[in-house]
Design a binder for this molecule. Structure first.
Ligand code: FES
Length: 163
């Protein structure tokens, strides 16, 4: 099977029962997406498929041939962070950091859902103005759990990045 991840096509020879999360982490080395619950409850494994958020633990890799898959590794680069990553840094939107890749991918996808020209890659133009209240952000990000309870800072980061 072939999977296009962060703009590059990868060929894989794996069991068709392999989840997209396991395919990326265990077979392709994209370990940024985390496995928290493996049951669709925590959001640590969030990826974008054709720009939309999914729990990659709940879907089979084989179902995504031909799709554009984006992991946290495709959101920004160490020398050129995505504005959402900058905002998480600036607002201390994490504690242990385990949920952070999923939070950031989900936040980028969420803003893409409400604002079509939001950049999903660091190289895209930076625009905000999504006009989301903190309550809306909490509701739209409710699929991403943070066991450290860094929620106030996470919401602040997303609010500032989207303003
Ligand atoms: Fe996929 Fe928790 S690991 S939702």
């Amino acid at each position: 099977m072939k999977l296009k991840i962060n703009g590059i096509e990868h060929e894989l020879d794996i069991d068709t029962r392999t989840s997209l999360l396991d395919a990326c982490r265990d077979h392709l080395g994209f370990t940024g997406s985390k496995k928290g619950c493996d049951h669709g409850q925590c959001g640590a494994c969030t990826m974008l498929v054709n720009g939309r958020r999914i729990n990659s633990c709940l879907t089979l890799a084989v179902m995504h041939e031909g799709d554009e898959i984006t992991t946290i590794e495709g959101i920004g680069q160490p020398d050129k962070l995505h504005p959402m990553q900058e905002a998480f840094l600036h607002h201390d939107g994490f504690q242990c950091g385990y949920c952070t890749p999923g939070q950031i991918v989900s936040a980028v996808g969420m803003l893409g859902e409400v604002k079509d020209n939001w950049p999903s890659h660091a190289s895209d133009n930076v625009t905000g103005d999504a006009n989301l209240s903190s309550d809306e952000i909490r509701e739209r990000m409710s699929g991403n759990i943070c066991r450290c309870s860094a929620y106030p800072n996470i919401v602040d980061a997303i609010e500032s990045a989207s303003a």
